[in-house]
Design a protein around this ligand. Structure first.
Ligand code: IPM
Ligand code: MN
Length: 389
């Protein structure tokens, strides 16, 4: 059984630690940033003394258009045999919106029980942010996005489609089980951090789902007396996040709200190219999957203009989840340092290509020259150890 939660079983036994990684480059700039992240991984392995076995798994628009296949049962079985998945991006203008997203990304998250989408929002020192006056000491939070349900469950229907009599319905499913799993994870993480959980929802309109989330937070909070909790509506969150991110430590939220507020969070960090995420299987029953938040950006595919930082920082989360904490910290810290030196964080104005930036981060990791404290990596390891008990 693959194990993405427990620290590497081989650690400390004298054998070389080895991790089986599946690599899904996907569409658009996905393969480009993933390749850069793999260059960083090569350096991390050399520096920190572990190995990886990597399997490329071809999923995305090309495969779909050639074969009609999305996520096949065979691909799921293949992925299950790995310790973690590095994921680039999926989505293409050649395919009707929703087919690849639902058929591949959302299917992967569901099939592999990746219950939590962990999205750090951290402004690193020296990195320019479009939010005037924002400083790194005020911007270090983590969004715990419920990753399996809400309005992402699917279903819904349309009658009289394509006519002016059309009626489309699309619901939101909220189970105590999934909400509890997300909220419990958020409290565990907050316990390792600054001890504050904020529930983000829209309880004044989504009264049924909202009441369930509120009740679960109250229930879980009783078990974590050292963690404070509060509540913010999602619309108000869009105002508070840029203006006063320092009031947040761990934000726990519904799938769709989490999707939306983490793009805003990415902007605080310097832009979408910088933001990282982990789709975490917290039961250890299947591999977790690590992906940059930016998506496939087909408009810049092949130009070498994609910022690989989001992919590199996702690799750092991956390494942390595999028990390679020192490597994870080095990758995060060095990537932050490289970002701080760039004249711009996206496009041609970065002054270096995707490949060159991957090599620059790799060179830093080979010497471990980063000096940003990588506390999230340690916190994540502690939460995972607690869950494994
Ligand atoms: C993300 C993406 C996906 C989502 C899409 C591509 C299905 O926007 O990971 O944030 O909505 O979850
Ligand atoms: Mn998104």
């Amino acid at each position: 059984m693959s194990q993405s939660v427990a620290p590497s079983a081989a650690a400390g036994t004298g054998t070389v630690r080895s991790h089986r990684l599946a690599v899904i480059g996907g569409d658009g700039i996905g393969p480009e940033v993933t390749q850069a992240a793999l260059t960083v991984l090569d350096a991390a392995q050399g520096r920190f003394g572990f190995t990886t076995e990597r399997t490329e798994v071809p999923l995305g628009a090309d495969t779909y258009l050639a074969t009609g296949d999305l996520l096949t049962p065979d691909a799921v079985e293949q992925l299950r045999a790995h310790d973690a998945i590095l994921f680039g991006a999926i989505g293409s203008p050649r395919v009707t919106p929703g087919i690849l997203e639902r058929g591949i990304i959302l299917a992967l998250r569901a099939e592999l029980h990746q219950a939590i989408n962990l999205r750090p929002v951290r402004l690193y020192p020296g990195v320019p942010t479009p939010v005037a006056g924002l400083t790194p000491d005020r911007c270090d939070l983590v969004v715990v996005r419920e990753n399996s349900e809400g309005s992402y469950v699917g279903g819904g229907s349309t009658v009289h489609r394509g006519t002016r009599a059309a009626v489309a319905t699309q619901g939101s499913t909220n189970t105590w089980y999934a909400v509890h799993r997300a909220v419990d994870f958020a409290f565990r993480l907050a316990e390792q951090r600054r001890g504050r959980v904020t529930l983000c929802h829209k309880t004044n309109v989504l009264t049924e789902a909202g009441a369930l989330w509120l009740a679960v937070v109250d229930e879980v909070a009783d078990r974590f007396p050292s963690v404070e909790h509060d509540y913010v509506h999602v619309d108000a969150m869009c105002m508070h996040l840029p203006v006063s991110p320092e009031r947040f430590d761990v934000v726990v939220t519904d799938n769709l709200f989490g999707d939306i507020i983490t793009d805003l969070g990415a902007v605080l960090q310097g832009g979408l190219g910088v933001a990282a995420s982990g789709n975490l299987n917290i039961e250890g029953s299947a591999p977790s999957m690590f992906e940059p938040v930016h998506g496939s950006a087909p408009d810049i595919q092949g130009r070498g203009w994609a910022n690989p930082a989001g992919a590199a920082l996702s690799l750092a989360l991956c390494l942390a989840s595999l028990g390679e904490g020192a490597a994870a910290a080095a990758v995060e810290s060095v990537t932050a340092g490289v970002l701080a030196e760039l004249p711009a964080l996206s496009g041609e104005a970065m002054g270096a290509s995707t490949t060159e930036l991957g090599e620059r981060i790799a060179a830093g990791v080979a010497q471990d020259t980063g000096d940003v404290e990588s506390s999230l990596m340690t916190q994540l390891a502690a939460v995972q150890a607690g869950l494994a008990d």
